[in-house]
Design a binder for this molecule. Structure first.
Ligand SMILES: NC(=O)c1ccc[n+]([C@@H]2O[C@H](COP(=O)([O-])OP(=O)(O)OC[C@H]3O[C@@H](n4cnc5c(N)ncnc54)[C@H](O)[C@@H]3O)[C@@H](O)[C@H]2O)c1
Length: 409
């Protein structure tokens, strides 16, 4: 994964051999990233403090750190107490989508290095402000779009650059899932002991989301509601538009038209976000992405298919890369062999996460540049927001470069 270049903008006195870390959010993702950080960087990291507004998650995170690193981190329910600490130079933010903006902005103000989970922000405007704040702050920041750090996708990028698929004007990408009717998608289990006193509803709303009565469903299943999430667009799709941009050196789409609905989970379910969703993106340089996601059948799983006029590269489930020569296009008669690479077998990588976190830590240590800075995270997130805006307005949306925002068609 090494990109052995000193991170620009990181002043010499900011580099640190062992980043002293504050961790904000140790739910499903935060706890997993914490474990993966230990797996990749046991000696070059130290976790000094953890913050979570649900007591069980907070305790679990503190216990993990104490067991693995041997020190007992300080526990907080107010993240600002972490940012106030001068001894903490680096923070991880793995809270729900609508909280990334206030936490990231406060962290920039406090001069911390930041790893923030995707999507960068809940809106285009917030993301743009975050990019500007990062550009001024002179700190290291990485967005959690970890596909970029997977060797499999780097191979795909190299193969495209070598001309293996010829010209590519079209990518098909998808993420399909299924679950039993009585276990609706994204209706995660709510811990049996969870209540208003061992969570913190006002801090969950964070001054960002509309004020509502306390709701365990909204606290633990926030992905289902527009107030806190863009649903499929910002939860799943952003990973895939991000990696398409990365593999093919693309930037922003020029337009997006999205469509879908709640077709499966209609009974006794108050979700806002679709379970069936498609989005078509057109880019200025004669290129289209055709995206779809459905939560009622997972036969085709997860994938991106880079369809060139001389061949196809298909990355499936973030684990397998296939190359197929194109039998009917410009490459007829070239007799190039098919290829299959399995990430876990060939590179010992379950996905890109361990590399991604290590890349961030090494950037904080002054040894590498981050592969997913906020500017790249914003590009990926914009695609997601364009799809949400198109769907919710039932209109095609266009990217307006002059306004740095979308325009409804
Ligand atoms: N990169 C990936 O592949 C990937 C995968 C899953 C999730 N994610 C992202 O990770 C983030 C978290 O998702 P999740 O699935 O872990 O959600 P989650 O609901 O499981 O965890 C969120 C945690 O944040 C805590 N929290 C809520 N408000 C807080 C506050 N004000 N201060 C401190 N803690 C607070 C909650 O108690 C919970 O422990 C999201 O942005 C999500 O999109 C990324």
């Amino acid at each position: 994964m090494a990109l052995p270049v000193a991170a620009p903008g990181l002043a010499a006195d900011r580099k640190t051999d062992v980043p002293n870390i504050g961790w904000i959010g140790v739910g499903t993702r935060g706890y997993w990233v914490l474990q993966q950080m230990y797996a990749g960087n046991p000696k070059t990291t130290r976790v000094a403090a953890i913050c979570d507004t649900f007591t069980d998650h907070l305790n679990k995170g503190v216990d993990y750190v104490q067991t693995k690193w041997g020190n007992k981190p300080d526990a907080y329910t107010d993240y600002r107490q972490i940012l106030d600490r001068k001894d903490i130079d680096t923070v991880f933010i793995a809270t729900p989508e609508h909280l990334h903006y206030p936490m990231f902005m406060a962290a920039m103000k406090a001069g911390k290095n930041v790893y923030v989970e995707k999507p960068l922000a809940h809106t285009i405007e917030q993301g743009a402000e975050m990019v500007r704040a990062w550009e001024k702050a002179g700190v290291v920041a990485q967005v959690g779009t970890q596909n970029r750090s997977s060797t499999l996708y780097r191979r795909a990028k190299e193969m495209v650059a070598q001309g293996m698929i010829g010209d590519c004007h079209f990518v098909r990408a998808f993420w399909y899932r299924n679950s039993p009717s009585d276990k609706p998608a994204w209706r995660y289990d709510i811990p049996a002991n969870a209540n208003e006193s061992n969570t913190d509803w006002q801090r969950f709303l964070g001054g960002q989301a509309p004020n509502r009565a306390f709701s365990l469903e909204r606290y633990y299943q926030w992905r289902l509601y527009w107030d806190y999430s863009g649903g499929i667009s910002t939860d799943l799709l952003v990973h895939q538009t991000d990696i398409v941009n990365y593999v093919l050196d693309k930037k922003l789409p020029q337009s997006c038209m999205a469509s879908g609905g709640i077709y499966r989970w209609t009974e006794k379910d108050d979700r806002d976000v679709p379970d069936t969703f498609s989005a078509i993106y057109d880019y200025a340089d004669r290129f289209q992405v055709n995206y779809s996601s459905y939560f009622g059948n997972d036969h085709y799983g997860y994938g991106e298919q880079f369809m060139g006029n001389q061949g196809t590269i298909e990355v499936m489930n973030r684990k397998d890369l296939y190359f197929y020569p194109e039998p009917h296009g410009d490459a007829v008669g070239q007799k190039r062999p098919e290829l299959h690479l399995n990430g876990p077998n060939e590179f010992g990588e379950a996905d890109g996460l361990v590399n991604h976190v290590r890349n961030f830590i090494e950037a904080v240590r002054g040894n590498e540049q981050v592969i997913a800075p906020p500017s790249a995270g914003q590009q990926a997130a914009i695609s997601g927001h364009m799809a949400t805006l198109s769907f919710r307005n039932n209109r095609k949306v266009f990217w307006d470069t002059a306004r740095n925002n979308v325009r409804l068609g």
